[in-house]
Design a protein around this ligand. Sequence first.
Ligand code: HEM
Length: 67
Amino acid sequence: MPRLAGQLVEVLAAVMVGYRDGTRVGADSLMNGAVFGRSDAGIAALAPYLAQRDWPPGAVAARPGTG
Ligand code: HEM
């Protein structure tokens, strides 16, 4: 299960849309269930929330492009 903290908001949103719509190649079926029925607005709100979690500590500071 990948870490989500510190990942780019755009990437998190795009992969969640891919799980929801069944367009992600090699998609994990548990993840299809996790985002089933989510709205675009719900995903757009969730992505920055996930990206800003700082676990393990320092994950956000290590985000590519922010150094
Ligand atoms: C609120 C619920 C959840 C959210 C928002 C969420 C979010 C995400 C996101 C954004 C990714 C993509 C990460 C990346 O590609 O860098 C991901 C991948 C994954 N998640 Fe979840 N997840 C949730 C629940 C779960 C649950 C309940 C499970 C399993 C019990 C799970 C298992 C996985 C696995 C195995 C992957 C990697 C699969 C792949 O690469 O296709 N997730 N999750």
